[in-house]
Write a protein that binds this ligand. Structure first.
Ligand code: SAM
Length: 192
């Protein structure tokens, strides 16, 4: 298997990469995370999907490509520059709700339906409020995090955040998880 041979890259992906360079967005998730997210989203017809950390919409574009007509996706980011770009590119898709808000606040206030897939790609919901976010995951739903293997751009001391998250997930008896040496280090969690 040639694992660099990623198929079906979203049509808009090149534009998003160009925009990332233009605005200096330097925290993108990669093609490998994207293709995995699309696969997981595709496994859930009529899915309710949550992304914490929209960024410039790279992972969002993959998840949208995996959604069927009845699926819904909510994505949250606290940077209006980025959510404006996401709205420009995806705002016409009635299945997608792009929210500019602090993730911590959004998690605290959210009282609606639980999610089939959660991609936690910002501090809230990954290193903060993990209990609250896992409460929002349906039984059988996927919770996904990337950036779990040491990366050159990690801030000093970040390893202990990752270790803390892993220890927490491994301790919970209602979760099943697989650690993948894929992309930047992925963990896929399913709630029993
Ligand atoms: C790793 S990037 C997301 C990358 C994105 N998923 C992609 O595919 O390109 C993390 C994002 O989280 C956002 N963020 C950071 N702190 C946040 C917070 N407290 N609430 C909401 N979003 C936050 C940043 O603005 C940034 O866009």
């Amino acid at each position: 298997m040639n694992d660099t041979n990623i198929q079906d890259v979203p049509k808009i992906y090149g534009n998003l990469q160009r925009k990332s360079k233009e605005v200096g967005f330097n925290m993108p998730s990669d093609l490998y995370t994207g293709t995995l997210l699309k696969t997981l989203v595709s496994s859930k017809p009529s899915a309710n999907i949550l992304e914490l950390g929209t960024g410039i919409g790279l992972s969002l574009s993959w998840m949208i490509d995996g959604m069927d007509e009845k699926s819904r996706l909510t994505t949250v980011d606290n940077d209006p520059k980025l959510t404006d770009i996401a709205k420009f590119n995806f705002g016409n898709d009635s299945r997608v709700d792009i929210i500019c808000e602090d993730g911590e606040q959004w998690i605290d206030n959210y009282k609606d339906a639980k999610f089939d897939v959660i991609f936690a790609d910002a501090w809230p919901g990954k290193y903060g409020q993990i209990d609250d976010v896992l409460d929002l995951l349906k039984t059988g739903g996927f919770y996904v995090v990337d950036d779990m293997s040491e990366q050159p751009n990690w801030p000093e001391g970040h390893q202990k955040n990752v270790d803390g998250l892993m220890a927490y997930l491994e301790k919970r008896e209602d979760l099943v998880l697989t650690k993948l040496n894929w992309s930047t280090g992925i963990v896929i969690v399913v709630k029993k």
